[in-house]
Write a protein that binds this ligand. Structure first.
Ligand SMILES: [Zn+2]
Length: 91
């Protein structure tokens, strides 16, 4: 299985692969090959689900994420502010 996630090691958005043997899940960034392990339990599965869920919202905000397709791809997202100019504030 793979997800798109922000790698804490290389700080890029990359394809992260997740493999599990039923007890341990191994997450691996396909860009910098940093890997870490977590117990394969309901909490971890919930976390993966929430990453996938929030990705939909995030892709709307950052359409660049659509370009993240293949192992090794990496994207740096520009920070966008959520604040929109409020009307009535032109001085
Ligand atoms: Zn990485």
């Amino acid at each position: 299985m793979q997800i798109k996630d922000l790698c804490t090691n290389c700080n890029f958005w990359t394809i992260t692969t997740i493999e599990n043997d039923g007890k341990i899940a191994t997450f691996k960034c396909t860009h910098c090959e940093n890997s870490f392990q977590m117990p394969w339990d309901p909490n971890t599965r919930l976390m993966i689900r929430s990453i996938r869920h929030s990705l939909k919202k995030r892709t709307k905000k950052y359409p660049e994420l659509v370009n993240l397709k293949y192992h090794g791809d990496f994207i740096k997202l520009e920070k966008k502010s959520d604040t929109t100019p409020k009307p009535g504030q032109c001085k």
